[in-house]
Ligand binder design. Structure first.
Ligand code: AP5
Length: 223
């Protein structure tokens, strides 16, 4: 699942994975958990993430390689936030060589909508659920609806850092999308619609690719 910061990758990946019984692998979540735990990895990546830059290809590829070596991904998986550079995409092709082809979905949303969404995002400290604070009474967004946990703002969701993340996206990640764009398993969806419409577009895109490629979804979906 590819797209700029705030495109809705996490929101849609989480739902698609849950509804199709697949593990969701989010490199952003893995890195944030490392920061929160105070591990060596967390200490290395904290400042990079807070500046809105990308952690090194070598480091993130090693994390994904290890994660995709675990048994729960045999029936398929949803990747959110990886790859983000051409070297990462090339490494991923090597990691999944011999498996069903990757289904690659790009979510497109205009930049100003992305900045608006990210600044309005709150995240549950306990379970990681994403909440949009827009249009809501502040008292109703103080606690997570799912688990009652405290809602906080991500440290990289300030306007200045979001604009830097967007700059990095256009510089490093957009060229990588060209890497995939000629594959028959690549699709673009409009992420600037209501979440339910985006969900339907995502499912239609994945099912369309799977049917054309003779893949069974689920199981065996990789988005
Ligand atoms: P990561 O966590 O992956 O951040 P990101 O790509 O910037 O994406 P976001 O999580 O901000 O947005 P999203 O597209 O998931 O949108 P969401 O569903 O949350 O990465 C963070 C950092 O980690 C990076 O900056 C980098 O430093 C590092 N990193 C991670 N992976 C890396 C890699 N591969 N290589 C190197 N470094 C890496 O939605 C956003 C908001 O909008 C939410 O509030 C949501 O409720 C709302 N929303 C969602 N859909 C809609 C909709 N349709 N309409 C209205 N609002 C919506």
């Amino acid at each position: 699942m590819l797209g700029p910061p705030g495109a809705g990758k996490g929101t849609q990946a989480e739902r698609f994975a849950r509804e199709h019984g697949l593990p969701k692998i989010s490199t952003g979540d893995i890195l944030r958990e490392a920061v929160q735990s105070g591990s060596d990895l967390g200490r290395v990546v904290k400042a990079v993430m807070e500046r809105g830059e990308l952690v090194s290809d070598e480091l993130i590829t090693g994390i994904v390689r290890e994660r995709l070596g675990r048994p729960d991904v045999v029936g398929g998986f949803v990747l959110d936030g990886f790859p983000r550079t051409v070297p990462q995409a090339e490494a991923l092709d090597g990691i999944v060589a011999g498996r069903d082809p990757l289904i690659v979905i790009e979510m497109q949303v205009p930049d100003e909508e992305l900045v608006r969404r990210v600044q309005g995002r709150r995240v549950c400290k306990a379970c990681g659920t994403n909440v949009s604070a827009f249009g809501a009474n502040p008292s109703t967004v103080a606690r997570c609806e799912r688990c009652g946990g405290e809602l906080v703002t991500r440290s990289d969701d300030t306007e200045a850092v979001v604009r830097e993340r967007l700059r990095v996206y256009w510089r490093d990640t957009r060229p990588m999308i060209e890497y995939y764009s000629h594959r028959p398993t690549f699709r673009v969806i409009d992420g600037a619609q209501e979440p339910e419409q985006v969900r339907q577009a995502l499912v239609a895109a994945v099912m369309g690719v799977a049917k054309a490629a003779g893949l069974s979804v689920p199981p065996g979906a990789r988005v």
